[in-house]
Design a protein around this ligand. Structure first.
Ligand SMILES: NC(=O)c1ccc[n+]([C@@H]2O[C@H](COP(=O)([O-])OP(=O)(O)OC[C@H]3O[C@@H](n4cnc5c(N)ncnc54)[C@H](O)[C@@H]3O)[C@@H](O)[C@H]2O)c1
Length: 266
């Protein structure tokens, strides 16, 4: 009698998804729950958003909690991981998804040579320091518990091709996060912890809705994509769930593009 193998299996692990109150992160949290996470922690800087998604997951039968925390704040991240360990045990999956393109989400509008730390820090704080902070605490729990683990970091094509028009610091932060992820892969491998990045192209979320609604912008964006449509959160979450699963245990240190074939030559 043949038996089917469940390819994407999160194996009852405790999963933490940052910035999961909406958009790509929300879908990742839902998918990790649907694929067998033992508990899902929905982090966001916006408490109400985090709680709404945690409630959605709980209603579908997986343990979940919403935790408000700014991932760029080292001490607050330490407290968040302590709370998680106390409630559910050691973290087995960390998805670094929280991100923004600048202060209050919008990229800086002035030319690069008129920008300064006030424009750069909001982006670097979330997209790079956020990954450092969360990985530091998650990896500590994974190593101490000796159960292995998965770290998946959501970066952007901006970090691979280098975007301008206000996205200079964002590009640097995302490229930094990918480099850090490779270092985590090297460090974590001996503990059966893998670390990979997923580089997204333009994906429809609350952050991009307005920009992608502009017909000219849409035409320009889609013209660069082999698969002529924008990405959906489910395009991203499928890859993240796979990398977080048991089946991806021998994939580490990689950056996987999920972008309709945009960066095929890179
Ligand atoms: N949507 C796209 O086209 C696209 C393209 C490339 C990469 N990305 C990346 O995908 C990830 C998700 O993007 P999205 O489009 O879903 O964004 P979004 O703005 O819709 O959602 C991001 C969530 O992160 C939360 N957040 C922001 N700063 C935080 C912080 N300091 N601590 C904790 N939570 C915080 C926000 O409150 C929000 O709920 C980001 O890392 C983004 O850079 C998105």
């Amino acid at each position: 009698m043949s038996q089917t193998r469940q390819i994407i299996d999160i194996e009852g692990r405790v999963a933490v998804v940052t910035g999961a109150g909406q958009g790509v992160g929300r879908q990742i949290a839902l998918d990790l729950a649907a694929h067998g996470a033992g508990a899902v922690v929905v982090n966001d800087i916006d408490a109400a958003r985090a709680q709404r998604v945690a409630d959605e997951i709980s209603e579908q039968g997986t343990k979940a909690m919403g935790l408000r925390c700014d991932v760029s704040n080292f001490d607050a991240v330490g407290e968040m991981f302590a709370t998680i360990q106390e409630a559910y045990g050691p973290v087995g999956v960390l998805v670094n998804n929280a991100g923004n393109q600048g202060g209050d989400k919008a990229p800086p509008s002035q030319p690069f040579w008129e920008q300064g730390p006030a424009e750069w820090y909001p982006s670097i704080g979330v997209n790079l320091h956020g990954v450092l902070n969360c990985a530091r605490y998650a990896l500590g729990q994974m190593v101490n518990a000796s159960g292995g683990g998965r770290i998946v970091t959501v970066i952007s094509d901006a970090g691979r091709v280098g975007e301008i028009n206000g996205l200079e610091a964002y590009s640097g932060a995302k490229a930094g996060a990918a480099g850090l992820t490779r270092a985590l892969a090297r460090l974590g491998g001996r503990y059966q912890v893998t670390a990979n990045s997923v580089a997204l192209g333009a994906t429809r979320t609350p952050a991009t809705e307005e920009y992608l609604a502009d017909p000219d912008m849409r035409k320009r964006v889609l013209g660069q994509y082999m698969v002529r449509r924008v990405g959906e959160p489910t395009d991203a979450s499928g890859m993240v769930a796979f990398l977080a699963s048991a089946a991806a245990g021998w994939i580490s240190g990689q950056t996987i593009p999920v972008n309709g074939g945009y960066s095929v030559t890179l």
